[in-house]
Ligand binder design. Structure first.
Ligand code: NAD
Length: 482
């Protein structure tokens, strides 16, 4: 049965969690504004227990109209501890939906004071992505992930801090688990959901999954097209520029890979979990596939799930990695965002003077088709994910386009999970109960579909312009790289 958001017997939205503390939301941009109505619908928490910090007072009237207070305040490395201490204490919740604020510093602060925490991206303080004095590896997601690593120690009994839980990163980790179970069932070998990390990794290995793409095509359009000098996107322009143009391209490196791409850097010794290409993701195109878009070229944008999924699905024996899939994002953003990236590339990645995030009412058509593409198994390719049209998004929840609603549904699912499991310590999405989170999020994801395909990255290649392809094994990453 499809999960529901509405209780038809009592004629009200389902309250997924009762929360006694206060909730402070940091940042009130596309995701903050989109998630507020969901929090008010689905948490047993009065609006006057929620407060928002929003630099420049962005979104003030929208918050106040919903009974929520908003202060014009910018967090800095110098003021954050004082600002938070005046507003949060034991048993409260910090929901970080900002850009340019260090996740590591916030998690550490929350952990010491018994405050629950969730963010949708592991961020550095301002400049952490754009400082040319930092080497690419220092601006990488792997470095940010390593920065929070010490906070994992003693996790089990500490206040819950959910790291990077929107849709991707976030829900896609849960989609992968559902997709693995679907693959097994469709092979007439249904299995119960594994109870441990190793169990999921063994299932992925037994099914023969070699690579996982986070395969997304956003087809939302606006009649007021991007103008020269303007960056248009369906979610944070600043966040997207950071990850696609200022951070290097990165991916989780599978145990079956034979050859690093030219210039790639593998971190650490032995079979590598992480590989970095010292160039922007927006200049690194990969081949991928979604059911409606078909074959496409996406951008290899660095994302936390590329590491967390690759690590979660790793199997080792005697200190040697025996199985790990290659994991990466293959993002085809809305057409106006592609044009924006192209213009930025021409300006040597200098940000464009103007930015516009497309609000739901500016969009006239399209959808976000966002899922996980499991490759290399007996049935070649299997995509599982969400197809949410702009019309569905508008009907489901105000202040959301299709992209933000997929994200805010993930944030809601993560917040509910954290409130129900307040002493879980620092967790990646992969470490959470996927059915519990998907039950809360799925009613806002439109159509959830699983589709098989015979697509491989070699299909239709090597005819007019022969390339150096590894024809023996279509699942080598070098075949995916354009
Ligand atoms: N995981 C996912 O699926 C997913 C999807 C979309 C966005 N995100 C992440 O969610 C976060 C919010 O995205 P968005 O689209 O709402 O971004 P946005 O750019 O629309 O809004 C960012 C907000 O952060 C605030 N902010 C900036 N600097 C600040 C500071 N120093 N102190 C306090 N607030 C500050 C801005 O004023 C703004 O309100 C970003 O980190 C983004 O990367 C994750």
């Amino acid at each position: 049965m499809m999960p529901m958001a509405f209780d038809t017997t009592n004629h009200r939205y389902i309250k997924w969690a009762k929360f006694e503390g206060r909730l402070l939301m940091l940042g009130f941009g596309a995701i903050g504004q989109g998630v507020l109505p969901l929090l008010l619908r689905h948490l047993d928490l009065a609006p006057d227990r929620i407060a928002i910090l929003s630099p420049g007072g962005r979104g003030h009237d929208l918050a106040v109209a919903q009974g929520v207070g908003l202060e014009d305040l910018t967090l800095t490395p110098e003021n954050f501890a004082t600002v938070l201490a005046a507003r949060l204490g034991v048993g409260d919740f910090l929901l970080n939906l900002s850009v340019n604020v260090s996740s590591a510093d916030l998690v550490q602060w929350c952990r010491a004071r018994g405050v629950l925490y969730l963010d949708a991206c592991i961020s550095p303080w301002e400049g952490g992505w754009s400082d040319p004095d930092l080497a690419p590896v220092e601006r990488s997601n792997l470095a940010l992930r390593r920065g929070i690593q010490p906070l994992r120690h003693g996790a089990g009994s500490l206040p819950t801090a959910v790291i990077a839980h929107g849709v991707n990163p976030g829900l896609v980790s849960h989609f992968v688990k559902q997709a693995l179970l679907n693959l097994a069932a469709d092979r007439h070998q249904p299995v119960p959901a594994p109870a441990s990390r190793g169990g999921w990794a063994r299932l992925a290995q037994a099914l023969g999954v070699r690579a996982i793409h986070i395969a997304e095509r956003d087809t939302q359009t606006t009649p007021s097209r991007k103008q020269p000098g303007e960056f248009v996107n369906t979610w944070s322009v600043e966040g997207f520029i950071g990850e696609a143009c200022q951070q290097p391209a990165e991916l989780g490196w599978g145990s079956h890979e034979r050859q690093l791409p030219l210039g790639a850097i593998a971190h650490g010794q032995g079979p590598q979990a992480a590989v970095m290409l010292p160039r922007p993701g927006a200049a690194t195109r990969v081949r991928s596939w979604t059911p409606l878009a078909g074959p496409y070229q996406g951008f290899l944008v660095t994302h936390e799930e590329s590491f967390s999924l690759a690590e979660f699905l790793t199997l080792s024996q005697g200190g040697e990695v025996v199985y790990r899939p290659t994991v990466h994002y293959a993002y085809y953003p809305c057409d106006d965002a592609v044009l924006s990236l192209h213009e930025m590339a021409g300006r040597n990645w200098e940000p464009l003077p103007r930015q516009r995030i497309l609000a739901a009412e500016e969009i006239d058509a399209g959808m976000d088709e966002l899922g996980v593409l499991l490759l290399g198994h007996a049935r070649t390719a299997y995509w599982y994910g969400s197809r949410l049209t702009i019309d569905q998004a508008r009907a489901l929840c105000p202040y959301n386009n299709a992209t933000t609603l997929q994200t805010t549904a993930g944030v809601l699912g993560g917040v509910v999970w954290a409130m129900r499991h307040p002493r879980a310590g620092l967790v990646d999405p992969d470490e959470m109960d996927f059915t519990e989170v998907l039950t809360v999020a799925t009613p806002y994801l439109g159509e959830m579909v699983g589709v098989y395909s015979d697509w491989t990255p070699l299909q239709g290649r090597n005819r007019l312009f022969p390339e150096a392809l590894d024809l023996d094994d279509p699942w080598q990453f070098t075949n995916v790289l354009v």
